[in-house]
Design a protein around this ligand. Sequence first.
Ligand SMILES: Nc1ncnc2c1ncn2[C@@H]1O[C@H](COP(=O)(O)OP(=O)(O)O)[C@@H](O)[C@H]1O
Ligand SMILES: [Mg+2]
Length: 358
Amino acid sequence: MPRLAILVCRKYPEAHPLDRTLIKELRARNPDLEVVWAPWDDVSCDWKSFDMVLIKAPWDYQERVAEFWPWWERATSQTRFFNEPQVINWNIHKGYINELAAHGVPVIPTRVLPKGCHLARAPATDLAGILGDGVVAALGHDLVLKPAVSASGMATVRVSSPEQWADPRTAAWMGDLLGQRDMLVQPYVAGIAQQGEWAMFFIDGRFAHAGLKLPRQQSDGAAVPHLPSPAESAAGRVVDLEMHVTEHPEPGMVAAAERILAQAARIAARLPPVGRASLPLSAAPTEGDGTVFPFLYARVDLVKNPRTGPFAAIEAPFLLGELEVFEPLLLLTEAPATVGLLDQAIGRRLRLLAALPN
Ligand SMILES: Nc1ncnc2c1ncn2[C@@H]1O[C@H](COP(=O)(O)OP(=O)(O)O)[C@@H](O)[C@H]1O
Ligand SMILES: [Mg+2]
């Protein structure tokens, strides 16, 4: 009997409640398929024993990169992951957003600061000095700083007020992180806190459903700033967001997300394969040609273009905030039809994999 693992972690052994239905549905639809949750950090797990691993919720990798990477390298040589390892490796560093921008995708303007770059600018005791030439001139004084490899808003902060810019903890926070990681700088998109961000979900390149992500309300009704400052982040505060399916994405959003995904697929289809030989990728697979779309699942996060300040020169109404093709929450419990699409996409891959030489 073919075996499918759904990748999770011991911290979230059955994924998010809004995706938990996946295993029950896949089992019910495929009586001849064994489907199990598999935590990446379960050392007793025999990855070779799976025909395919669907990546779902390895949601502590960003905090455990030193353990995750060696595991990932080993496991990808032992079984087939979806999305494919080269696609994950490309997507895990948020610098991909500038590659998409170079191919004409409208994105939130983004500067990537490489790990250690601040050392060349010593003594960098204020944030503008650490960011280096031209960043403030191009992106303004209302900035988001975040690690290039991150998830769930880890170490994602906003620096806006003169007090925050002058606070020595701001420069210290950025210097500390740059000592360990590449960092991203973006202008703050104010609309996210009020209108939210839209998430467009695709299965095998077909639009499936949309979600709306908003900062969670405080139970006492108190207004809490959307993103923490560096000082608050150092004290442990993380952005707190909630996402649900929405039937009403703004007109034009689905088409905008489709164009972005098509461009991303052309890039992903050309990435050199990594890990155990898997299926050939094509940005436009045709029935029976043995290729598959590079993204079994994909989430395109869009924000409305504020059209002022650093955004004024951008024409497009919607900007890419994130293309998540590694470990997106899919909201499957709220989108039952998407489970059917996912089941078909998995079935197609299992059939093609079964025909590969071992
Ligand atoms: N440029 C930005 N402007 C406003 N809010 C942002 C910006 N970048 C990130 N955020 C907020 O931080 C959250 C997490 O950042 P994101 O880039 O989506 O990374 P991840 O979801 O991988 O942690 C977003 O959902 C959004 O609420
Ligand atoms: Mg995000």
